[in-house]
Write a protein that binds this ligand. Structure first.
Ligand SMILES: NCc1[nH]cc(CCC(=O)O)c1CC(=O)O
Length: 311
């Protein structure tokens, strides 16, 4: 049998994540190799993410390569996937999640509390920007500035003094072996992560039984349930990965592991207002839980808050 071709973006993080899957398959006795695919999101590092086609810019080139049969599997950061799937592509496996929390990487070991007034915090994410502004209103004062580039670039910009701090996913730094850069890890109930953050998505062509069977052992049912709830919420809000919406689901510890909790927030982009909601439901009804929490958020005015203001 020929080696499975795994499509990956070229960034250090994408390569590390895809290599995790190559290694996991190798442990199952299955040979796989990486095929690098350049995406529009990688080529275009200058314009804000929200201007280069919104959701899914990192995803479509890999999907195109799958459909053209240039690769057999695609590995994505699950949070970069559009919240609605497409028919010819299957979410073949969701492996175990890394730490889903957001972190601060600040100069001189600083935290949100200890950053001086007027500090510049870099993020390209409307969700992070909105939650930073929300926190700023409540405690200290800082300026949120747009930033682009991959994880290494962003950390370097703090080192070079262009920003006092950046907000990143803890998972990305963990996978790059750079957790020592973290100066504060945010409580996910206070600073809510992106739906799917920390999880990987392994996609194949719909009906490709060989690939579905190969990656089935990598599936983690707790992560699948959690991200199903988080993504159902995002889809129900008709929001994409660029929306100021956070969602974080967890399997509740207990004798039967039968409960899933979901905590979500929708924030006005300027941080002037927010709506939060928490609910739990049965493990087997993750999608329904996401829809219910979204409906409650909408009833509390979330739709108006997150409405895209095209300027
Ligand atoms: N937006 C880009 C992106 N997509 C996935 C990750 C990190 C890994 C993850 O969240 O699973 C990152 C970088 C970041 O947000 O810091």
């Amino acid at each position: 049998m020929t080696a499975i071709r795994i499509g990956t973006r070229r960034s250090a993080l994408a390569l590390a994540q895809s290599q995790l899957i190559v290694d996991a398959l190798a442990r199952l006795g299955i040979e796989a190799e990486l095929v690098e695919v350049t995406t529009e999101g990688d080529r275009n590092q200058t314009s804000p993410l929200t201007q280069i086609g919104g959701t899914g810019v990192f995803v479509s080139a890999l999907r195109d390569a799958l459909l053209a049969e240039e690769i057999d599997l695609a590995v994505h950061s699950l949070k970069d996937l559009p919240s609605k799937g497409i028919e010819p592509i299957a979410l073949a496996a969701v492996p175990g999640r890394e730490d889903p929390r957001d972190v601060l990487v600040a100069r001189d070991g600083l935290t949100l509390e200890s950053l001086p007034a007027g500090a510049r915090i870099g993020t390209g994410s409307p969700r992070r920007a909105a939650q930073l502004r929300l926190l700023a209103k409540e405690s200290t004062h800082f300026e949120v500035a747009d930033i682009r580039g991959n994880v290494d670039t962003r950390v370097r910009k703090v080192r070079e003094g262009a920003y006092d701090a950046v907000v990143l996913a803890r998972a990305g730094l963990a996978r790059l072996g750079r957790l020592d850069e973290v100066t504060e890890t945010f409580d996910p109930a206070a600073f809510v992560p992106a739906p799917g953050q920390g999880a990987l998505a392994i996609e194949c062509r719909t009906g490709d039984e060989r690939m579905l069977a190969a990656v089935a052992p990598l599936e983690d049912r707790e992560t699948r349930a959690a991200v199903t709830a988080e993504r159902a919420l995002l889809a129900e809000l008709e929001a994409g990965c660029a929306a100021p919406v956070g969602a974080f689901a967890q399997v509740l510890p207990g004798p039967d592991n039968a409960q899933l909790s979901l905590h979500a927030i929708a924030v006005a982009p300027d941080g002037s207002a927010s709506v939060r909601m928490s609910m739990s439901g049965s493990f087997g009804e993750a999608h329904e839980l996401g829809r219910k929490v979204a409906a409650k958020l909408l009833a509390d005015g979330a739709g108006r808050l997150i409405e895209e203001r095209v300027t």
